[in-house]
Design a binder for this molecule. Sequence first.
Ligand code: FAD
Length: 372
Amino acid sequence: MTEDVLIIGAGVMGCATAHALAKRGATPLVLERAVPGAEASSVAAGILGPALEAEHDGPSLPVAQRALEMHGALAEELLEATGVDVGFRVSGALMIAKDEREREALVEKHAFLVRRGLRAELLEASDARALEPSLTDALVGALSLPDEAQLEPPRLLRALAIAAERRGARFKTGTTVRGLVVRDGRVVGVDLGGELLEASRVVVAAGSWTSLLPGLELREDVIFPVRGQIAHCETRAPLLRRIVFGAGGYVVPRPDGRTLVGATAERVGFRREVTLAGLERMASIARGIAPALLEAPFVEARVSFRPATPDGLPLVGRTSIEGLFVTSGHYRNGILLAALSGELLADLLEGRDGGAAARLFDPRRFERDALG
Ligand SMILES: Cc1cc2nc3c(=O)[nH]c(=O)nc-3n(C[C@H](O)[C@H](O)[C@H](O)COP(=O)(O)OP(=O)(O)OC[C@H]3O[C@@H](n4cnc5c(N)ncnc54)[C@H](O)[C@@H]3O)c2cc1C
């Protein structure tokens, strides 16, 4: 039997693609070596922060804003379809400055965001502390971003997988794909360790392991792992209401007092380790943002690998091998970009154009590099 669409990997990209395709009447088969959400997608903090993440003037801010809008609708759709509440909330965010140099950076960021039509407000230190009384005393100012949001990634992963399955997608867990099978420039299926599973179209959604998949013509350094360690602690009443960026990291408060402090960004290959240096870093972020957090009971530290790319943009779309598609390399923003990437890939699989995001995320930009 030849599958119509095979998806390799059931992280947020594989699940969002399967969900988008299943809603359009397709019956994709998702192959996952572990279980859905086993890797980065469940470890993520769940910040949906187009303005927080906007680093320079470029076409990716409108795409990120569109991605955030899509999450609100997706959360409602998933609640309706599965009964799972993914915890989507427009909690707002603050970026804090602890010295003059940081304050100037916030002034610049404020001007940039306002020019692009986003809501942002510069605050004096006392106003920031009036909003969030647990913030450090060592503040010189803050930038308030009221439209930034968050959700709970493990719940999103469950809901996407359940909703996709109910609409006709199938998941085969505990199944490692050993390589792609390509004949005469066209993908014909995947190798499951000696067994060929035939498919007319294959989507690689293997996160940080994407470039390692034999048969995909991407250099190994096009998608590379950046390790992230993140700490979970609990406060009875939440110490903060908004996401706070500062002190080289962030704190994400959930409404019930669970609080995430993150995250490290380390180029150490696939070493799956929580280190004392990582814990020290997270303690320093907590102290730098809200010192009372150091007294909060520590629950656990989690670790996984963000799929990073040389230009900071993901790869979503066709490759030069006929029938072969990629959705990977979303680095720090895979949760934010999930719904948008899933719908975009479903459009491309249906033979549509995909618009500006498709051009921005075209995987063939790296194949061209590789050729010369
Ligand atoms: C600490 C941390 C915090 C983060 N915080 C945020 C955040 O706040 N907001 C945000 O938007 N993003 C955040 N991210 C980034 C986000 O988690 C990633 O961009 C996103 O999860 C990537 O999704 P993915 O599906 O591409 O990869 P993954 O979730 O890694 O999934 C890939 C899947 O493919 C499977 N797989 C790999 N190879 C094979 C194979 N050969 N055969 C079968 N299966 C295979 C793996 O088992 C895995 O399940 C964070 C990441 C980390 C690590």
